[in-house]
Design a protein around this ligand. Structure first.
Ligand code: GLC
Ligand code: CA
Length: 559
């Protein structure tokens, strides 16, 4: 392995609760993942990121960890985890664990001890503050999942701080003992043979000033907690040195609040992490308050600009996790494509657009078969705590029941968490039992079994893109080729090039339902991938059918 092997990787993300249920209790598990390793190998990916499988009360489906060195009983056992690491390795697949160290569960032994008394040895492992003269919390910060960041503890008469749910108290990173305990745990997992981590919500570890209100961004006077506070760099540097230690350890940081300009400092050659999960291209439709009902319109040009801003910094030494979906986002087909046009062709268009960018491509489970948002009948069908909170926030700000419901249906994280659709059988072949979250109703049409049989399917297309990315012929080009925006040639068309040693690869995608002809700086040569047959170019003119996307070599040399 070269030290930056992860630059040539293709990653697949599994949300364990929803991927495959091995024992029929309706909850996905490690046994289910083991059964599907051959499927992943066939897809061609070489890194598997598991959303958290640690012991957890599952308030946030595992992002609330009660024991970092144990596996949740509903997912399996440590023996099965070790087996998974070995079996994956046999198939050329490395495992990334999710590293959730901004906070623990309130059921973690550390927090239990911390809240046992004001003089407990672990009191300062979390963030405790007195109430102000009126009994109110020290400031007006609002947590990501709603309500104050400060939760009152009756027993010891102080508030503790949480950036997310109140059952997810934030660790006190200012405390040396906390940091050492975290690094120790990181090294322990690396010793188990994993390749690295996806690092959860890491830009929240440095806290904003305590005795200071922030300008309100909601009618109740609160202000959402902001990540990436000054002073965070020292923690990140230390975590790299003492925790991850080697560049061979793949680290994928979820980094809200990091502007593209900071990318080279955070990721890549000299960064704190191997790569960053950025947000600009998925948060196009909301305001910085993070409140889903404050939705804003966006165009193909906005999407292109968001991608380009980040890619230009990747050129300068940053590195990016290329993604359109994960367990926190709605399905990409549903988000980026108008409802009437969602299907095989548009799913392939989206795949083409992001797979050739500079960075490491990530595929989220089900994306490779074109899974779509779910249509639920009522709020009680949802499980995600943030969906429930967002619904109530929208109601509070005056939206009607149906308006608020429409907002959360569009944005809910559960859109990505419905059971994986393996076949047309009951529950999409995910489980013999009753799934913990209702399946999408389109399992008969959208499923792996069907996609395997159809050589024109989205699945086969993803497989071909993974093959290209990892092939000897393309690997270096797609890793090192410079990203160049081709100036907007048409409002609905996104064109970019990857320029490598006098050679260029051009990607052009028509995000409209109309045929479009665009003029390129020079003629294209050979088609590499696309969602249409052939390449319809005449000299420098390129004809694109509705929603056509194509990647082709050329033009040679400069522009
Ligand atoms: C990250 C995770 C998300 C989780 C949150 C709190 O954003 O991706 O699923 O709810 O952190 O841990
Ligand atoms: Ca199960």
């Amino acid at each position: 392995m070269t030290s930056q092997w992860w630059k040539d990787a293709v990653v697949y993300q599994v949300y364990p609760r929803s991927f495959a249920d091995g024992n029929g209790d309706g909850i996905g598990d490690l046994a289910g993942i083991l059964e599907r390793l051959d499927y992943l190998q066939n897809l061609g990916i070489n890194v598997l990121w598991l959303s958290p499988v640690y012991a957890s009360p599952m308030k946030d489906n595992g992002y609330d960890i009660s024991d970092y060195r144990a596996i949740a009983a509903e997912f399996g056992s440590m023996e099965e985890m070790q087996k998974l690491i070995k079996e994956a390795d046999k198939r050329g697949i490395s495992i990334l664990m999710d590293l959730v160290v901004n906070h623990t569960s309130d059921q973690h032994a550390w927090f239990q001890e911390s809240c046992s008394s004001r003089t407990s040895a672990k009191r300062n492992w979390y963030i405790w503050e007195d109430a102000d003269e009126t009994g109110a919390p020290p400031n007006n910060l609002r947590s990501i999942f709603g309500g104050s960041c400060w939760e009152w503890d009756e027993n010891t008469g102080q508030y503790y701080f949480h950036s997310f749910a109140k059952e997810q108290p934030d660790l006190n990173w200012e405390n040396d003992e906390v940091r050492e305990a975290v690094y120790d745990m990181i090294r322990w997992w690396l010793d188990q043979g994993i390749a690295g981590f996806r690092v959860d919500a890491i830009t929240f570890i440095k806290k904003p000033e305590v005795h200071k209100d922030q300008p309100a961004d909601a009618s109740d006077g609160t202000s959402v907690v902001k990540p990436n506070q000054p002073g965070i760099n020292a923690f990140l540097k230390e975590m790299k040195e003492k925790g991850f230690q080697s560049e061979e350890v793949m680290t994928v940081a979820e980094a809200p609040g990091v502007a593209p300009e900071e990318l080279p400092a955070f990721a890549g050659e000299n960064g704190f992490f191997s790569m960053l999960i950025e947000f600009d291209h998925v948060d196009l439709d909301i305001t910085p308050s993070g409140r889903w009902f404050e939705s804003v319109g966006w165009t193909t040009a906005d999407f292109r600009r968001a991608i380009t801003r980040s890619q230009q910094k990747v050129n300068e030494g940053g590195w990016s996790a290329l993604y359109l979906e994960n367990h926190d986002q709605p399905r990409s087909l549903s988000r980026y494509i108008p409802e009437a046009d969602q299907g095989t062709k548009t799913a392939k268009l989206l795949a083409t657009v992001y797979f050739f960018l500079r960075g490491t491509p990530f595929i989220y489970q089900g994306q490779e078969i074109g899974m779509q948002n779910v249509t639920y009948a009522s709020l009680s069908d949802y499980d995600d705590l943030s969906t429930i909170d967002q619904y109530h926030a929208a109601r509070q700000e005056g939206l009607s029941e149906s308006e608020a419901f429409a907002v959360v249906s569009r944005r809910s994280r559960d859109n990505a968490r419905t059971p994986m659709q393996w076949s047309a059988e009951k529950n999409g072949g995910f489980s013999e039992g009753e799934p913990w979250l209702k399946s999408n109703t389109n399992t008969a049409v959208v499923n792996v079994e069907k996609a395997e049989k159809d050589t024109d399917s989205i699945l086969h297309y993803y497989r071909s893109l993974v093959t290209i990315r990892r092939s000897e012929a393309w690997k270096d080009w797609l890793r090192d080729g410079i990203y160049e925006e081709v100036e907007q040639v048409h409002p609905d068309v996104f064109v970019y090039r990857r320029v490598y040693k006098e050679k260029a690869l051009t990607v052009a995608a028509n995000f409209s339902r109309h045929p479009v002809t665009v003029e390129l700086p020079a003629p294209l040569e050979e088609k590499v991938a696309g969602n249409e047959t052939g390449l319809h170019a005449e000299g420098t003119l390129l004809h694109l059918t509705p929603y056509e996307a194509v990647a082709a070599t050329g033009p040679e040399g400069g522009k």
